[in-house]
Ligand binder design. Structure first.
Ligand code: GAP
Length: 509
């Protein structure tokens, strides 16, 4: 199998070739870190969103959904802290005029040292063969220890300076580590400066009247400012949740890595309002429940891990990420945050409106505490795509490209294929297609040899292909081919709806 970098490139080109993801504005040479979803991509994305919505809203009586506007009153971003604190430390190279995130330059440098460690380990494992004890080697080899100490030292200095806002020190560290601009190759750096990640725009036609607005960098604030409306109109009782899926925008400076880090992306967030003092119990509940959602898709548990934040944002009293094993390594996929009463309090203060709940059980009014679950839809798409892409060597020596997408999320659920284009087979196949298309996204394909058509469906992840052959006309049966095993079953046409209902049932565990 290809190494991870090669694999990642293959996934990106597969996504383009088969209509999942295209670079935005490609005929104009593209727009950096902005992507469009193609005909299969949009189906996969819709299916992921709908699967999330079902688990969060439909299956929980005390959670409702909203869809708030992207444009919001500018003071909201003052209250939330985004105007003052949603920044990245940036540094420019004076020769190439390219701008970089200082933390990414340092982290890339650390990754290079980590690569050196991995090379030492690979070399040693080849040298020692089966007797190789990797753990012991990592702990005792002097060269590996030297590299590891270097990494620990850089991390501890860098993160301390970042916390304290010591930007001069960060510049000195970058120079000391000999980090060069990847474009000019020079070390001619400017000072490190803070750069706000929000996009702004103007509302109003005349410049004097116009207001500066921000494109929302998270969907969460749309939930907080609707807390009162939803609570009253929905007669909600604490604990209750409000969910929302929608676009968010961040002027990410170093936006590489395909759809992992984009400038325009979609979030699926839920804010759960609880009694003060009960937030940590709910935080644990939501950690477990969200992991259950991921595992319900049948992806190997070893692909997921929790990363508990040791350093907390000023408004949080607990926070974890669910990380996924992407081809670029284990990275954040979802965040679960105990946000205290920070947001509602801030909006109460800035708006002058009371954002409180009267608890009939305790006869008290209070500002509820909040536990948030926040997942990037595009990142989940990448997790599914990268986990499902496989190249299999078949018995005849050919390579089969297949996407083992969980059936419930597959863009096309069933392909209906007449074996040949005559003898009434296409007409019979159309009848079956028409019978199933109201319940499932189906595709009818009669072009090319059957083997090639199976391969096309494998490449877009269609879990089932129905083949209509001469026996179909005589016996009213079809073959159903399973994408993952390539095995086939013969099934009576009338039984197909029940067969597929079982196959596409949601596993609620
Ligand atoms: N309301 C909390 C919040 O926005 P976050 O950790 O900044 O928290 C939540 O973002 C999730 O949104 C991340 O775990 C990630 O999946 C996704 N996300 C954040 N920035 C992104 C970007 N530039 N491109 C794609 N997804 C992104």
């Amino acid at each position: 199998m290809a190494n991870n970098e090669e694999l990642f490139k293959k996934i990106i080109s597969h996504a383009k070739e088969y209509g999942f993801v295209f670079p935005s504005s490609e005929i104009y040479d593209g727009l950096s870190a902005v992507y469009d979803y193609g005909q299969y991509g949009v189906e996969l994305k819709n299916n992921i969103r709908s699967y999330w919505w079902k688990w969060m809203v439909q299956y929980n009586e005390n959670i409702v959904g909203i869809d708030s506007a992207i444009f919001m009153h500018p003071t909201i971003w003052k209250a939330s802290g985004h105007v003052d604190a949603f920044n990245d430390p940036m540094i420019d190279n004076k020769d190439s005029k390219k701008r970089y995130r200082a933390d990414v330059l340092v982290e890339d440098h650390i990754a290079k040292i980590e690569d050196k460690i991995e090379k030492e380990v690979t070399k040693a494992s080849q040298r020692f063969g089966e007797t190789f004890d990797e753990k012991l080697y990592r702990e005792t080899n002097p060269r590996v220890s030297e590299y590891q100490n270097k990494i620990d030292d850089i991390k501890s200095r860098f993160y301390t300076m970042l916390d304290k806002g010591e930007f001069d020190g960060i510049k000195t560290l970058i120079e000391e580590l000999g980090i060069v601009c990847p474009v000019s190759g020079s070390k001619n750096w400017t000072e490190v400066r803070q750069f706000n990640l929000m996009f702004s725009t103007q509302m109003g036609s005349v410049s004097e009247d116009s207001n500066t607005l921000y494109l929302r960098p998270e969907t969460a604030q749309g939930i907080f400012v609707n807390f009162l409306n939803v609570m009253k109109s929905g007669r909600m009782k604490v604990p209750f949740g409000i969910a929302q899926a929608g676009k968010a925008f961040r002027n990410e400076i170093v936006a590489r890595q395909f759809i992992f880090r984009m400038r325009e992306f979609e979030q699926m967030e839920m804010q759960f309002f609880v009694r003060p003092g009960e937030e940590l119990k709910w935080y644990e509940y939501w950690k477990e429940h969200r992991m259950k959602w991921h595992l319900s898709l049948g992806i190997a548990p070893s692909k997921y891990r929790f990363h508990v934040h040791e350093k907390l944002a000023h408004y949080a009293n607990a926070a974890s990420d669910i990380e996924f094993d992407f081809p670029i390594g284990f990275k954040e996929l979802e965040g679960i945050h105990s946000r205290t009463d920070f947001d509602l309090n801030a909006h109460q203060q800035f708006s002058g409106k009371k954002l409180q709940y009267f608890d009939p059980e305790t006869n008290e009014s209070y500002v509820p505490y909040v536990v948030e679950t926040s997942i990037g839809l595009d990142r989940m798409f990448l997790a599914i795509l990268s986990n499902s892409y496989k190249e299999e060597k078949l018995e005849d020596g050919s390579i089969r490209e297949v996407l083992n997408i969980p059936p419930i999320l597959a863009p096309v659920k069933i392909a209906v294929l007449p074996l040949i284009k005559k003898d009434g087979l296409p007409e019979k196949a159309r009848q079956i297609f028409d019978m199933l298309k109201y319940d499932y996204m189906c595709q009818f394909d009669e072009k090319d040899a059957i083997g090639r058509r199976y391969r096309r469906q494998d490449a877009i992840g269609t879990p089932f292909c129905i083949t209509v052959d001469n026996e179909t006309l005589n016996e009213n049966t079809v073959t159903v081919r399973f994408r993952d095993t390539m095995l086939q079953d013969r099934i009576v046409i009338e039984n197909l709806p029940l067969f597929f209902r079982e196959k596409f049932a949601i596993n609620i565990g």
